[in-house]
Design a protein around this ligand. Structure first.
Ligand SMILES: Cc1ncc(COP(=O)(O)O)c(C=O)c1O
Length: 384
């Protein structure tokens, strides 16, 4: 027999060098009473939608012996109609592409426009999957600057793009985990800088708008015209309350949609997924009804956390970054203490800060009570 008979760790496997010693994405999935750690929508789908999904999926099940529509034309048409209606700007299905969650959309973009010998740049702290998917696709990752208040300093960001000449630029707006929305002028300045840095064919600029529906800023869809390498990435996981569905989509120039066909797996979007997403899109108004409620709960969280004397970052999303804790150890101690009170929030590794998702009013009350109790306990401990 040749080779090693047993494998005791990943290091014994011939995995790619750049994956060695790295950790997978892994927000804890713990069974606790109040789960406010993954920016999900706390409201289950309404019964009439569950019934419609059942009907649509039953229909789809009759043809599961066949592959699904590889181009998901009906679904892309409905998504385009949703975008047209909410942005007040016409979009057609040739500008829209859908995949299993916006993470898969981002992966397909990086497979197409990134890859070995190429780089992607994002402004950190930001959504950790931008760096992880870059690594997974062999794309080099570059970390760009942010101000102390987590906004993007346009001048510094433009300078970073000019210096590094990335192939792909990520702008997360509203940004996860800070909640900060990015001004249209900043997006435009970064787009121009990215094109100027790569005059041959330009660079891809991806605006990750996973939380777009929660933002006070108008949609960037009108900017797509005349900007062939600008991409808006969206998801049904947050505002639509359908994280379990796994449906993300992008809007861009039709040429970008054609380009991702080169890397997408054939029939990547199952007939069951397409049927479920179509049913959800029939109930857009009901689903988006929760968005207003979540925005007002988010604003209440900001007010009440500030009233407790905590630092809170302005949020345009369905979550709030709060802190002022003593470095990474301080925020982690608060995270653990909240968990002991049955409340799970997110430690994104931003020293001194934690992130809480806006839940139902009852969940938010439980969270706020736990924060009051925990800050009191920690104060008493430090004074003892
Ligand atoms: C900024 C951002 N983009 C993309 C995603 C991925 O969402 P999904 O793959 O569920 O569409 C998330 C999920 O938390 C996110 O926060």
């Amino acid at each position: 027999m040749t080779g090693k008979p047993t494998v005791s760790s990943l290091d014994d496997l011939p995995v790619r060098d750049e994956l060695r010693g790295k950790s997978p994405y892994g927000a804890p999935q713990l069974d606790v009473p109040v789960r406010l750690n993954t920016n999900e929508n706390p409201y289950p789908l309404p019964d009439e939608l569950v019934a419609r999904i059942t009907e649509r999926v039953t229909e789809a099940a009759r043809s599961l012996n066949r592959y699904p529509d590889r181009d998901a034309v009906e679904l892309r048409t409905r998504l385009a109609q949703y975008l047209t209606r909410t942005a007040g700007h016409p979009v057609d299905h040739r500008q829209v592409w859908a995949a299993n969650g916006s993470n898969e959309v981002l992966q397909q973009l990086l497979q197409t426009f990134g890859g070995p010998g190429r780089t992607a740049l994002g402004f950190e702290p930001s959504y950790s999957m931008h760096a992880l998917i870059s690594r997974g696709t062999g794309t080099g990752w570059l970390s760009g600057p942010r101000n102390d208040d987590f906004t993007i300093d346009t001048e510094a960001a433009v300078a970073a793009v000019a210096e590094h000449k990335p192939d792909v630029v990520f702008i997360c707006s509203p940004n996860n985990p800070t909640g900060t929305a990015v001004a249209e002028e900043t997006v435009l300045a970064l787009y121009e800088a990215a094109q100027a840095a790569r005059p041959e064919r330009g660079a891809l600029v991806v605006v990750d708008e996973a939380y777009g529906e929660f933002s006070h800023r108008p949609s960037l869809l009108p900017l797509l015209a005349g900007r062939p390498t600008l991409v808006l990435s969206r998801t049904m996981s947050k505002a639509f309350g359908a994280a379990g569905l796994r449906l993300g989509y992008l809007a861009a120039d039709p040429a970008v949609v054609d380009a991702v066909q080169l890397v997408r797996l054939p029939y990547h979007l199952s007939a069951v997924t397409q049927a479920t997403a179509l049913a959800a899109l029939e109930h857009t108004d009901t689903l988006l009804g929760y968005v207003e409620q979540l925005k007002s709960e988010r604003d209440r969280l900001v007010r009440e956390l500030r009233a407790m004397g905590l630092a809170v970052t302005e949020s345009d999303a369905n979550f709030v970054q709060f802190g002022g804790f003593d470095g990474a150890a301080g925020s982690h101690a608060v995270w653990e203490a909240l968990l002991a009170h049955g409340v799970l929030v997110r430690d994104n590794g931003v020293p001194g800060w934690l992130r809480v998702t806006a839940g139902t009013p009852e969940e938010n009350d439980a969270f706020l009570d736990a924060v009051r109790a925990v800050t009191k306990e920690l104060k008493e401990k430090s004074e003892a």
